[in-house]
Ligand binder design. Sequence first.
Ligand SMILES: O=c1ccn([C@@H]2O[C@H](COP(=O)(O)O)[C@@H](O)[C@H]2O)c(=O)[nH]1
Length: 301
Amino acid sequence: MSAAPDGTPGPDVVAAQGGPVRAPFGARLAAAAAAHGPLCVGIDPHASLLAAWGLTDDAAGLRTFALTVLDAVAGRVAAVKPQAAFFERHGAAGVAVLEEVVAAGRQTGTLVVVDAKRGDIGSTMGGYADAFLRDGSPLAGDALTVSPYLGVGSLTPAAQAALATGRGLFALCLTSNPEGRSVQHARSADGVSVAAQVAAWAAGLNAGADPQGSVGLVVGATVGDAAAEAGVDLEAVHGPFLAPGVGAQGAGAAELRAVFGRARGHVLASSSRGVLGAGPDVGALRAAARRAADEAAAALG
Ligand SMILES: O=c1ccn([C@@H]2O[C@H](COP(=O)(O)O)[C@@H](O)[C@H]2O)c(=O)[nH]1
């Protein structure tokens, strides 16, 4: 499944009226999680991790780091999530490595979630959609993280592009960091929290999809009972939840179960440093990812 490095549609793309389309992201993610466990391995080449792995803090170091992670986990986990920030901090050379990692990941058939958290006014959002969600774009993975804080309506170009190309979105809803509450729990005049508005937007776009829609939410595994507090009906979203916070931020099986309850079948747990700290040995990375995937499966099954 996926695309060749030049973006040419791969075997997951079937010819359909009006051009090639992939199976929807929500369905592809559900199948990947069933096959490999509900885990996404973050590819976050922090400067400190590059040093710990004996790599230089430059584009060459990034490249070795990211390709080693792919070598260890591709084809063995549901998804990988390159964190754009750690590539962008190396300028054009770092972005070129991100492009290579996106293409290499997709070629393995492992879903690639590009964690770039883009958000802007609608007209500019069209540019981001072109960059991250268009067939043939070198930065286009299988899904993109987006920020809804310019209003959920501003994300329409991204949602349209994602749904038209079999890709997905993960919109920030209840983030794993404690500072997120002050924005996400805030309520408008009609008493609806910001997080609940984001969730309702996703639910509207996911209605009728089988087995789930492609417009997901970021809900941290660290947020405790925040969904209930903010009036977010997780079950009604009917889409995937990207759940960072597992591992280095302190969440584990018990937290995943507590946060997601009956919506747990839609969760993609995400761990970066918790897995990456086992490197650079490929076998050790692979074993750490397997452990995390098995724990997530046990917690969410
Ligand atoms: O609410 C959020 C949204 C995104 N993230 C990202 O996930 C990883 C977490 O890394 P760990 O090393 O597993 O802590 C990182 O890329 C964050 O930017 C998040 O943590 N919380």
